[in-house]
Design a protein around this ligand. Structure first.
Ligand SMILES: [Zn+2]
Length: 189
């Protein structure tokens, strides 16, 4: 199955090689992953989608890493719960809430970090760092540990103790910083 063909800046539309590590575009814009959707459309048929695993990687053909590089802890496939009364309060006939708290590290951040660490494996990256107010740190620490990748986490000193302990338990290098999450990305290691 063909994977991403290139990265495209969401602001200036500059195209970058998907096989090379990248952060933001030089202009500061976030990068979007572009796929050969025409080829995927013919090789991944609608009736085959339901045969995939019961987790986020059911949709692997339109996610960046090759299947042999996927680092999964079972993220995704969280339940949709129909609210009993909340929908009526906002005038909706029914309202469903997706319970992302059942992801491996207790938040939706598990999805993105599973994908990110999988790409680190694919690109040969052996050391990662993240600024976080809590949940992203826990997810990075868990997936990095699963992949055997060294992780460095920077969190505000008043971060929830549960997130701090979780990161330490996963073997992450944790630095607590006096400041807000916006101050953390200014630290250079
Ligand atoms: Zn750009």
């Amino acid at each position: 199955m063909p994977k991403s063909t290139y990265l495209e800046c969401s602001l200036c539309h500059e195209k970058l090689d998907a096989a090379k590590p990248a952060n933001l575009c030089a202009c500061g814009g976030p990068l979007l992953v572009r796929y050969d959707l025409e080829t995927i459309r013919h090789r991944w048929l609608r009736r085959e989608v339901g045969n995939g695993p019961a987790n986020m990687w059911r949709y692997a053909p339109v996610l960046p890493p090759l299947s042999e590089h996927i680092v999964s802890l079972g993220e995704g496939w969280t339940p949709l719960i129909r609210t009993r009364r909340l929908g009526a309060r906002i005038g909706a006939e029914s309202l469903w809430v997706k319970d992302e708290g059942l992801n491996p590290t207790g938040s939706f951040k598990a999805r993105g970090l599973s994908c990110a660490i999988s790409m680190c494996v694919e690109l040969g990256i052996r050391k990662v760092a993240i600024p976080s107010a809590g949940n992203a740190a826990s997810a990075l620490a868990a997936y990095a540990a699963a992949a055997g990748i060294e992780s460095h986490i920077f969190m505000p000193r008043d971060v929830p103790q549960a997130n701090y302990l979780e990161c330490k338990a996963y073997g992450a290098n944790v630095t607590l910083v006096d400041g807000l999450i916006s101050d953390l990305s200014l630290i250079h290691i």
